[in-house]
Design a protein around this ligand. Structure first.
Ligand code: ADP
Ligand code: MG
Length: 591
């Protein structure tokens, strides 16, 4: 199957890197530099300490290709040895700053709130200390050792790394694919390190390619002060310093180590640029970027499916109240909401934007941050109470027994993960299914939701899919664990009308095939009535009317429902005026 030979992001990135000429040149140059520094000293007939008093300050010659220094030591050999030190210092210090900086910044950004504030204040204070003096202090308090130099530099460099990572993570946390991960019941650690940090990778890599040079220069500076590499050992920094004193008479003494440093920095720069592009799947330009046309094999779904037999209640919500503190007082976003959803039944919640529909379902899923919000009431799903349930209990239910799909499919998928893996992930997490088996199942479900040529398309990245296809992927992701309840929060609002219809049909079909109960939210009565058996109408946080779809559509009791029915354009006589909801509620919905 095509999946088996599917490439990993790593291999893909590698291919793209090699396409970039500047990056390839940078890579080759860097490898050459490292190779020369590692192997060179073994081949060289000289050692770095060996002084030759007959050849003091000798210019480049056949015997000494790059000349000698003030004590007759072979400059090429010393530069190669120095390279070993410079590279190891830069690498080790970068590793230290990477490990501390990414973990610290990641956690700070992800936790947000007070934790973030405290953690970032600590960084600010450390930033306030004079950077270089701190390293000098550390190096001079403890014994001068190379190891300490690594750690000291790394320990200071991580501050910037932490800040950068924190900023990026903070931004990513607000994206819907992260919310989607939460709904799917992934652990915080997994969300942070599997889903968020990969999206920061490009920035981290760019930063590394900037850090290495700056660490090399800092090391040079410390060596200059006598705090870094101790003679007779050399690093590029110390060699440049020595050479600088004799620049006028013996220019090669500075030019040789200087060029070594210069070309290494140049190579790193090109490589960094190329890597960033290669690691971002959105930067690939395909020959055909237009997604295939929308297509649905589904038979026109019997929209308002019968079958609301009382098979026992699945979700019972009672007296749900959600309030948000605001500057002008308290916002009661949800007031005394109650409803019962039976197994396999579809309940629609309608109401204008801001009427509290999303807050109602989000509070059931534990997605409303409390504090600041206060949530009271009860929501019993099967035997478990959802309101006030612990995070770990909720994680077991979300994505397994209850799945959720969102309004904007464009931002609900992780741009750095292949479609197939995103669909497969809930199975892997909640059922412990192996990678290959989960992927196989994911392709089947993708086929079921109407992705044509699913085996091939499954390996695509989200950006290669249209909005309608992405919503299908979201539905596949939600349905792969065969949940008892599917919550759909305005799943068609962001889509165009023809695609809307197909998605509604798909939801109706999935529901019929799998016996899943659906809680369907929309501002559009027509849409809700197409999918649901029963309809609840919300206004200003209150459920003003509930009934079967037929009753609510044909015999609305509440003036607001009248108004909702009448404000649909299209339902009017040509030329008649459209009214606002408030105007309609006043006049009982009549023009
Ligand atoms: P909708 O019915 O359009 O889905 P919502 O449920 O999203 O409406 O919002 C209901 C009300 O709650 C709105 O007035 C909104 O401004 C408010 N609200 C929603 N989330 C928050 C929040 N996190 N903090 C403060 N107010 C919020
Ligand atoms: Mg909403």
């Amino acid at each position: 199957m095509i999946l088996e030979k599917g490439t990993s992001l790593g291999r893909d990135a590698w291919r793209r890197l090699l396409h970039n000429k500047a990056a390839t040149a940078g890579l080759i140059l860097l490898m050459a530099m490292i190779l020369i520094c590692v192997i060179g000293p073994w081949i060289s007939p000289y050692t770095q300490e060996e002084m030759n008093w007959d050849a003091i300050n000798a210019p480049p010659s056949v015997k000494h290709w790059m000349g000698t220094d003030a004590t007759g030591r072979d400059l090429l050999t010393r530069t190669m040895h120095g390279g070993r030190i410079s590279f190891s210092v830069a690498l080790a210090a970068t590793m230290v700053s990477l490990l501390i900086g990414v973990a610290y910044g990641g956690i700070s950004g992800y936790r947000g709130g007070k934790t973030d504030a405290v953690m970032m204040r600590v960084v600010d204070v450390l930033y306030g200390l004079p950077f270089t003096l701190l390293v000098i202090l550390l190096v001079s308090i403890f014994e001068k050792s190379l190891m300490l130099l690594f750690i000291a530099i790394g320990a200071v460099e991580w501050l910037t790394m932490a800040r950068i990572v924190r900023g990026e993570v903070l931004g990513l946390c607000r994206q819907e694919f992260v919310e989607a991960c939460r709904v799917l019941g992934y652990s915080n650690l997994r969300i942070l390190f599997r889903h968020i940090i990969p999206n920061v990778l490009g920035t981290i890599i760019i930063y590394i390619t900037l850090t290495i040079p700056s660490i090399m220069l800092l090391e040079a500076f410390l060596s200059f002060l006598g705090l870094g590499v101790q003679a007779p050992m050399a690093s590029w920094g110390s060699l440049i310093k020595e050479g600088a004193f004799a620049m006028e008479d013996m220019p090669w003494q500075m030019i040789v180590p200087g060029s070594a440093l210069f070309f290494t920095l140049l190579a790193l720069n090109f490589l960094g640029d190329g890597l960033r592009d290669a690691l971002d799947p959105r930067r690939i330009s395909h020959a055909s970027t237009t997604p295939p046309p929308e297509h649905s094999d589904s038979e026109p779904g019997p929209a308002a499916v019968a079958g609301s037999e009382e098979t026992g209640s699945l979700l019972t919500v009672r007296n749900l109240n959600v309030t948000f503190p605001q500057r002008q007082g308290i916002l009661r976003a949800v007031q005394n909401v109650g409803f019962v959803l039976n197994q396999g039944e579809a309940l629609g919640i309608v109401g204008e934007s801001g009427s509290g529909k999303s807050v109602t379902v989000s509070s059931l899923m534990g997605l409303v941050p409390s504090p600041p919000a206060t949530i009271s009431g009860s929501a019993v799903f099967r035997e478990s109470e959802l309101i006030g349930a612990s995070a770990s209990d909720l994680r077991k239910i979300r994505g397994d027994k209850i799945s959720m799909i969102f309004q904007d499919p464009m931002t609900s998928l992780n741009p750095h993960q292949r479609v197939v893996d995103q669909v497969a992930e809930p199975l892997r997490i909640h059922r412990g299914v192996g990678k290959a088996a989960a992927r196989k199942r994911a392709v089947e479900v993708l086929e079921e939701v109407g992705i044509r040529d699913a085996a091939k398309r499954a390996m695509s990245w989200p950006h290669e899919f249209s909005g309608g296809m992405r919503q299908r992927v979201m539905i596949a992701m939600a349905m792969i664990t065969e949940p008892d309840l599917l919550i759909a929060d305005e799943p068609t609002t962001a889509l165009d009308v023809t695609v809307q219809r197909q998605i509604l049909e798909l939801i109706a079909r999935m529901r019929k095939d799998h016996g899943t109960a659906v809680l369907f939210i929309s501002h559009d009565l027509a849409v809700v009535s197409a999918v649901c058996d029963r309809i609840a109408v919300m206004k200003d946080g209150v459920m003003v009317e509930q009934g079967t779809a037929e009753d609510v559509m044909e015999r609305p009791q509440h003036a607001y429902t009248h108004a909702l029915l009448n404000c649909h354009p299209g339902l009017h006589e040509p030329g008649s005026r459209l009214m606002t909801l408030d105007q309609m509620a006043e006049t009982g919905g009549r023009l």
